[in-house]
Design a protein around this ligand. Sequence first.
Ligand SMILES: [Cu+2]
Length: 88
Amino acid sequence: MRIAARKFVYLPQEVTLKKGVPVVLEFTAEDVVMGFNAPDFNVRADIVPGQPARVRFTPDKLGEFTYLCDIFCGDGHERMTGLLRVVA
Ligand SMILES: [Cu+2]
């Protein structure tokens, strides 16, 4: 599953995952270094332009979980979030 990060959004902003099913999220950054941090699942990555970043994990709980950019990337940084929806 691919997610593009650019100032100051992730596209798509929401992804739906299945509980108990391993997933690989691949992030690309278009302009500057971004972060991906999903504290509910203990996963994070640096996303460097030109170098897709992959994170692997297995969602172990149901619900909606916000992730965020944890590398300051400019004026809209604080608003830069996305949603992981985990369904059965
Ligand atoms: Cu940022």
